[in-house]
Design a protein around this ligand. Structure first.
Ligand code: GTB
Length: 217
């Protein structure tokens, strides 16, 4: 039986790959694991059946025989540990790839999400325009550090890994909501390399199809 993931029945981004099921789809495509998708509405996500899978009432979730997971970090690590292609064989290189997954989720994604959330939750507050530059400075600090680490390399630690998949996914979210990424040409090129991967393109097409299928005409 294929694993089953959940995704938005109606994603606010109109299928532009910004919801977090995209990174799970990408990981599954990278390792060649077919999967099924159960689409859920915002109402269904808060109902007991979904809360039994995801205590915070969110997507994505991941189910396979006898196992239900939530949190994209845990899901992608699980996929990477059970299939070849997303983690190096060498134990130390593997640990470093996992480190980059955590860095993407714990160090780079939070300031990006904070700015994005503020832009729709706090935009009408008088203090928003004063807070915005501070939030953007925090993002630039991380982008500058990441850019310095990457230098002229293709990937963060040698070959493409789950760490790159997660980092590129996080940066793609920034790219969709600001021009900041363009200030770092090596990071822009890094994200473009991720987007050019056949697995990424298949995942993107699959989630866009959900939007197209639900739109008239
Ligand atoms: N830490 C969790 C993880 O990594 O799995 C975060 C999961 C999460 O934030 N899920 C969001 C969700 O279910 C969807 S991805 N939200 C509904 C809710 O909380 O009620 C966040 C997201 C949503 C939509 C867009 N978009 O349309 O642009 C982008 C990102």
């Amino acid at each position: 039986m294929n694993p089953i993931i959940t995704a938005f029945a109606s994603s606010p981004d109109r299928g532009q790959g910004l919801a977090r099921d995209m990174r799970v789809r990408w990981a599954l495509e990278e390792v060649g694991q077919p999967y099924d998708v159960r689409l859920v509405s915002f109402t269904e996500m808060k109902q007991p059946a979904h809360l039994a899978l995801h205590p915070f009432g969110q997507i994505p979730t991941y189910e396979e025989d006898g196992l239900a997971l939530f949190e994209t970090g845990a899901i992608i690590l699980h996929i990477a540990e059970h299939h070849a292609g997303l983690l190096p064989g060498d134990a130390n290189a593997r640990a470093r790839a996992v480190t980059w997954m955590f860095a993407a989720l714990n160090t780079v994604e939070p300031p990006i999400v904070e700015r994005e959330t503020a832009s729709y939750m706090e935009r009408s507050e008088a203090w928003h325009e004063h807070r915005l530059p501070m939030m953007e400075e925090r993002i630039r600090t991380r982008l500058g550090q990441l850019s310095a680490w990457l230098g002229g390399a293709d990937w963060l630690d040698g070959v493409f890994s789950a760490g790159d998949l997660m980092m590129a996914s996080v940066l793609l979210r920034l790219k969709a909501s600001s021009d900041m990424l363009e200030e770092y040409p090596n990071l822009s090129a890094y994200v473009a390399r991720g987007e050019a991967r056949p697995a990424y393109r298949r995942a993107f097409a699959a989630q866009l199809e959900v939007f197209n299928a639900s739109s008239p005409g």
